[in-house]
Design a protein around this ligand. Structure first.
Ligand code: ATP
Length: 452
């Protein structure tokens, strides 16, 4: 993103925030630079940076992402200070964001995102274990499991939990030297130390850390000398009983091109995973984030059912969910309209399409036969017994509703039946759905399970 493009984006923001806000808060922002997914704006005062970060942070990030999709965070800088953002829920006791420390004898820790605290982390079944383990480590008591290894798919909250641990430790145990960095940064510092012939300093620095947190450790797979150094650092810290917390996108044993001895070390402590979100967790996250957005856009209204719709339809990851909500609020404020289901479908058409899970006929058949406790072969086969015929019709109905298969295609996959048979089955279930509460409930349950 160039300065000219930022100038253009500012104009787009004018429409969203109104003239007064624009003049007071947005106009003074000067683009300084973009690096490592962080865009830095120069601001005249810390107060202005904080205010903008709290009130317009998400909106600015949203606009910046339209030109620079890799940017994940924005921060503000005066001549003397750097402020990470956005920080929607400031509290008196909330720790101030920190930038990299410059002390020569300490490992520079990566900046922590002020939004990623335990308070803002929504707990549900899929992440309760990871959350509990993170909380325990964040107490800063005696080391009970070492390392804590958190893993899970993209955007499920690993970095959020890591930052939350770091924030909490900084508050509870300011005496500890807590270092958070990505595996990529670890490698970068290692390579730099090699280049500058400062390996002794590097080793000393890392061995003086009390709590070492390394994010996305899968990054060092295949990078032999970095792995070697990581292994030594790891062992030295464990020997001194210092806490190590690691995150990765998969379990230690599944990281390819990672030395066996490292894999086994990583498995020595507590390995917990963040499972893909379920409907309830997604809804909880959406509700929490929506409350925050309403503080930012107090005049907006939202119709019933919108959050439930989003929680149903976007089942990929939390980052996508958040992005969708940010866009929805920015859009609604732009057009000055209540957030209705229709507006949501319009505004998020591409996101909704992209997160549509392709459900197969086979999956439906399997799920339905499991549900009714019959054999798959009986459901697909020729038997006309009602015990088999009704589940078969239910499965046909779901195939029609949830896949893009045509009636003849569905017929073929149900033992070569004619398309008129499928049509009849679909119609029958449509009727029963309104007359028979049990069938309606079965359909709802099956649909939910299939949608994941
Ligand atoms: N349970 C949760 N409650 C609130 N916000 C969450 C939760 N899980 C994830 N998020 C939010 O989703 C976004 C993505 O999370 P995060 O960056 O921690 O994912 P990640 O697992 O580290 O992903 P990646 O593998 O891409 O680095 C963040 O904005 C984070 O705050």
């Amino acid at each position: 993103m160039t300065k000219e493009q930022w100038g253009q984006l500012k104009q787009n923001l004018l429409a969203s925030v109104g003239k007064n806000n624009f003049k007071n808060w947005i106009e003074p922002l000067e683009l300084s630079y973009i690096a490592d997914g962080v865009v830095t704006f120069a601001v005249p005062t810390v107060f202005l940076g904080n205010y903008v970060s709290q009130n317009f942070g998400d909106l600015i990030l949203y606009h910046v992402n339209s030109l620079a999709p890799d940017v994940r965070r924005i921060q503000f800088q005066t001549a003397a200070n750097t402020t990470a953002t956005p920080k929607p829920e400031p509290k008196a006791a909330e720790p101030e964001p920190v930038a990299a420390t410059a002390d020569e004898n300490q490992v520079p820790t990566a900046p922590l995102d002020a939004r990623f605290t335990f308070d803002s982390f929504v707990v549900g079944k899929p992440n309760e274990l990871a959350h509990a383990a993170a909380k325990r480590v964040a107490e800063g008591g005696p080391v009970t499991f070492n390392p804590l290894f958190l893993y899970g798919g993209v955007g499920l909250g690993k970095t959020h939990l890591m930052h939350a641990i770091a924030w909490e430790l900084k508050t509870r145990r300011p005496d500890l030297n807590v270092v958070y960095l990505s595996a990529e940064q670890f490698m970068y510092r290692f390579v730099q130390a090699l280049r500058d012939r400062k390996m002794m300093d590097f080793k000393e620095m890392f061995r003086s850390v009390d709590v070492l947190m390394v994010d996305d450790v899968q990054f060092i797979a295949g990078k032999d000398s970095t792995q070697e150094e990581f292994f030594h650092t790891f062992n030295a810290l464990v020997d001194q009983n210092k806490q190590i917390i690691i995150s990765a996108d998969r379990a230690p044993g599944e990281i390819q091109n990672l030395e066996e001895r490292i894999k086994s070390r990583l498995q020595c402590g507590l390995v917990v995973d963040l499972h893909p979100t379920d409907y309830e967790l997604r809804l909880g996250i959406l509700q929490t984030k929506t409350d925050q957005f309403f503080r930012q856009y107090p005049d907006l209204k939202m119709a019933d059912g919108v959050l439930e719709f989003l929680a149903h339809r976007i089942s990929t990851n939390v980052r996508v969910l958040e992005g969708a909500l940010t866009r929805l609020f920015a859009f609604a404020s732009l057009v000055g309209h209540e957030i209705t289901l229709e507006l949501t479908q319009d505004c998020l058409a591409d996101v909704l399409r992209a997160s549509e899970r392709k459900i197969s006929v086979e999956e439906i058949q399997r799920q339905v036969s499991d549900h009714y406790n019959i054999r798959l072969s009986d459901m697909i086969g020729p038997k006309r017994l009602r015990n088999f015929a009704r589940p078969r019709q239910v499965a046909m109905y779901l195939c029609k509703q949830m896949t893009s298969r045509s009636l003849p295609e569905i017929g073929r996959r149900f033992g070569g039946r004619d398309h008129t048979t499928v049509m009849h089955g679909v119609k029958r279930i449509e009727e029963l759905r309104t007359q028979d509460a049990q069938i309606a409930e079965d359909l709802e349950l099956l649909r939910r399970t299939l949608e994941g």
